[in-house]
Write a protein that binds this ligand. Structure first.
Ligand SMILES: Nc1ncnc2c1ncn2[C@@H]1O[C@H](COP(=O)(O)OP(=O)(O)OP(=O)(O)O)[C@@H](O)[C@H]1O
Ligand SMILES: [Mg+2]
Length: 243
């Protein structure tokens, strides 16, 4: 790794979808080993940020590095360091879940024997061993979430990026995912996740970033941000018109 202390760095990144500006001069850094929660309302630009970091989308100006590697000019280096749990399920319908993981490992140059061993170990770790020969359509939604984890981890990335990992999960799966993430972070992995749940950010992360309308609103230590009165919401309940 060229820069071992800064896991992700965005500098003045601007992204347009045709005429619509989804990211407006976005700059921030995620330190190695950090647990970073990226918050913002629907349409704020969270997934777009993930897409430009992981190379799924292009961008018009600025620069992005992963551990010091430029994600465009040096994408072979940068992509190997990142594992992505996407917001949507996007599995190949014709493969068993074991094959799916072996194919994914192949994209990173891992040979079939080693890939198969890693796939089995991950399927066991995420309690999917019994479903090894099933296709993803035969999995429950919570199992598919766990499969997303396996696929993100198959090449042993340094950074795990998760786009709303617990959306739609029941309480048991949510706690299971939280435990996995805490453990991965303890093992030294950098975690970057998006969430709509303040409770999730509060419980798991050390650093919070907030984005709205494609602009970074705040980046900082969790405790500082949670104590910031200007970010508090006040709800008024009105009973009817005044006489
Ligand atoms: N492929 C696309 N083409 C055109 N516009 C897009 C595309 N993808 C996203 N957008 C727009 O970019 C903006 C940011 O979308 P994005 O998916 O990044 O939001 P988000 O913060 O992830 O929201 P959510 O919480 O709903 O997942 C939205 O206005 C969205 O409509
Ligand atoms: Mg999104």
């Amino acid at each position: 790794m060229r820069n071992s202390e800064i896991a992700i760095s965005l500098k003045n990144v601007t992204k347009f979808y045709q005429k619509f500006q989804a990211l407006d001069n976005v700059s921030f850094e995620v330190k190695r080993g950090d647990f970073f929660a990226f918050l913002g309302p629907n349409g704020a630009g969270k997934t777009t940020t993930i897409n430009v970091v992981t190379g799924l989308s292009n961008y018009q100006s600025g620069g992005i590095q992963v551990f010091g590697y430029d994600t465009t000019a040096e994408y072979l280096h940068s992509r190997r360091l990142v594992g992505l749990c996407a917001q949507e399920f996007n599995f190949d319908p014709f493969l068993t879940i074991h094959q799916l993981l072996v194919y994914q490992a192949g994209y990173f140059g891992i040979l079939p024997g080693e890939a198969s061993r890693r796939a089995d170990a991950l399927l066991e770790r995420f309690q999917l061993g019994e479903k090894r020969s099933a296709k993803h359509r035969a999995l429950s939604s919570g199992m598919k979430k766990r499969l997303l984890f396996c696929r993100a981890l198959i090449h042993d990335p340094e950074i795990i990026i998760l786009d709303e990992p617990t959306a739609g999960c029941d309480l048991e799966l949510k706690f299971l995912i939280w435990d996995y993430l805490i453990q991965l972070n303890k093992e030294g992995k950098t975690i970057f996740l998006t969430t709509h749940y303040m409770e999730e950010a509060e419980k798991l992360c050390r650093t919070i970033g907030i984005i709205n309308h494609g602009r970074i609103v705040r980046i900082g230590d969790k405790k500082e941000i949670l104590q910031d009165k200007s970010l508090e919401a006040v709800f008024l309940e009105v009973t009817g018109p005044d006489d």
